[in-house]
Ligand binder design. Sequence first.
Ligand code: IMP
Length: 439
Amino acid sequence: MSKVIVVIGAQWGDEGKGKIVDLLAERFDVVARYQGGHNAGHSVKVGDKSYALHLIPSGIIHPGKTCVLGNGMVIDPIAFFAEADRLAAQGLSVTPERVKVSSRAHLILPYHRALDHTSEERLGNEKVGTTLRGIGPAYEDKAGRRGIRVADAMNPEVLRSRIERNIEDANIIIRQYRGTELKPAEVFAEIAPLAERMRAFVTDTTHFINRAVREGRSVLVEGAQATLLDVDHGTYPFVTSSSTTSGGVSSGLGLPPQKISGVLGIVRTYSTRVGEGPFPTEMLGGEDEIGQLIRERGHEYGVSTGRPRRCGWFDAFATRYAAEINGFDTVALTKLDILDALDEIKVCVGYRRGGEDCESFPAVSQELREVEPVYETLPGWRTSTEGMTELDDLPKAARDYVDFISERIGVPVGLVSTGPERTQTILVRDSALAGWLEP
Ligand code: IMP
């Protein structure tokens, strides 16, 4: 039986998926992405080299693996080749044999970026805090049935006429709000050669991946962004525009749900969020100092945008919701060592609003802003866990913290990460994850 394992961030992103996906990628034949675009940012450290990945799946770091950019993605050809060239300059092989771009994926073009900027400016204080990469406008075009797909771009005349038509529309907004406009001929002149260069990478990835599964090859599916940024299940409207949860895998790759053999949640031992939007456990006011400490210790600055991330306590209530939506079989707990410096650690175990316990995760952002987190306080361990590789070596308080999280979110822990290096990892024996790592 072929193995198809999905890896998904359980919070608002930046849970440390990069390292875990990289660890797993070694044992899989194909690594695929199913949603999002270059709004993502994984950093993967291997020895003294560090690779920043935005669009290309992490499998690229491992020789012999095939990387799939699925139909559910939005692909900026400028960003794609900038990343491919950068990785190639670092010595990786980024060839059409190894990288398959779906003919059904949608393109992000310069007018999407301009529209993203315009939309954020218009929203002012209510802005989403997007990565300004054009992600939302590209998905709007897709849903509005005027998007330009990779396959369309393979025909220069189709590309030219679609660009003309779409820019005509986009300019109405851009002109009004920014006083400038885009020139279709210039955009076409920039994109056409890149589309031509992309031709060799273009594949019917739906067929490719289903065949791979039929032939018994293993597939690692790499989620980007995270559960609470999902367009349906996240903290709408402060979300990204794609289906980031495990339900998105089937549509974003054309892979039937029965083919998925397991779902791994990536759960960081504290919370962060970039951009705007409700964040119940955010460390503010008197706790700002702890937030700063975590930001510095955890290097909590965006890989894609360099923005400082907002930091907060672990939110078991939100993560339990994430486990419910995704069906996590097991979770990888990341960045445990970042908490080594704390005297005590709070965990949010529920929300109260208007004097009542919330039964489920609120659907409305304003309600989420109003909730009061209910905390339990656990003792810190004040000793280094960095680099530990055995559960039994953890100080008792750290072990208790791990067990507490697992119990509260209702999912067994398969791995604990104690540092950025591959080796700084505790793999829980007999866990589902340990099984997936077997050949
Ligand atoms: P967009 O995806 O650029 O439209 O941004 C929408 C929201 O998702 C913003 O709050 C971004 O900060 C957030 N976001 C997008 N990509 C990532 C990511 O890879 N990590 C964390 N947050 C992200």
